[in-house]
Design a binder for this molecule. Structure first.
Ligand code: URA
Length: 242
């Protein structure tokens, strides 16, 4: 088998990594009966000055953060969402993957990356011996689905950024992986091109950050999966060296 074939197989295009559909998560009919703490309502009025709102969010623990995200009305994305999607995984993970925003299936199920792009992300994780939820946390730049899966607007990512920053502060990952341009731009607060950012080490408040393609882009641009594999190897090397 050629090296290229090997890479594509590793990334889910060959028989080795063909993923089956994951079973749907059980629906919690009664959170209290299931031992889940009752839902908090945390009022972080969207009308607070941005600095005060960010400071309030920066002081939150996970329960308050979950509640604040669920009730957030800081930008227009709240209007069409079914639910806000905070993130999923190990809250003490070394690896943090940040995507763009929930799509239709994520909006429905309340978990990031559960659609086609998510299947590819899972295959990418498996290619470097990682697994969703196991030393890995997956979140998004915006927590509510942009209508029609459009790219979130800068004011939407800016409104959601304090939530992402708080997640990062609580998780304290050893490496942050920005999946695609909106995630990279949100985290780095600057214009970014994926082509010019791949293979470079950025810094997010002392945490190494790398940039790679968004899995949904890779589904549309199959030849770039070989480059994504290079990025995965770079991430792994970076983590080993950190
Ligand atoms: N794309 C993203 O960026 N995030 C998701 O959660 C799903 C698809």
């Amino acid at each position: 088998m050629s090296r290229r074939d090997g890479i594509l197989r590793e990334l889910g295009l060959g028989p080795i990594w063909r993923l089956r559909d994951r079973p749907a998560e059980p629906v919690l009919e009664d959170a209290e009966a299931a031992g889940v703490s009752p839902r908090l309502t945390i009022a972080v009025p969207a009308a607070l000055p941005a600095d005060d709102r960010a400071a309030a969010i920066a002081a939150m623990g996970w329960d308050e953060l979950k509640a604040a995200v669920a009730d957030c009305r800081a930008c227009g994305l709240c209007q069409a969402r079914k639910q806000a999607v905070l993130g999923v995984g190990d809250v003490e993970a070394d690896w943090l993957f940040v995507g763009e925003g929930p799509g239709a299936e994520e909006d429905e199920r309340g978990e990031p990356f559960v659609g086609q792009a998510g299947k590819l992300l899972d295959a990418m994780l498996a290619a470097i011996d990682l697994q969703r939820g196991n030393n890995v946390y997956i979140g998004n730049a915006v927590k509510c689905r942009p209508p029609g899966n459009r790219t979130p607007e800068p004011e939407e990512t800016a409104a959601c950024r304090p939530f992402l920053e708080r997640q990062i502060a609580l998780i304290k990952p050893r490496l942050i992986v920005a999946l695609g341009r909106p995630a990279a731009q949100t985290l780095l607060r600057s214009e970014v091109k994926i082509s010019g950012s791949r293979g470079r080490l950025f810094d997010f408040h002392g945490i190494p950050l790398v940039v790679t393609y968004h899995p949904a882009y890779l589904l549309r641009n199959l030849p770039d999966k070989a480059r994504a594999w290079e990025d995965l190897c770079f991430m792994r090397r970076t983590m080993k060296g950190s």
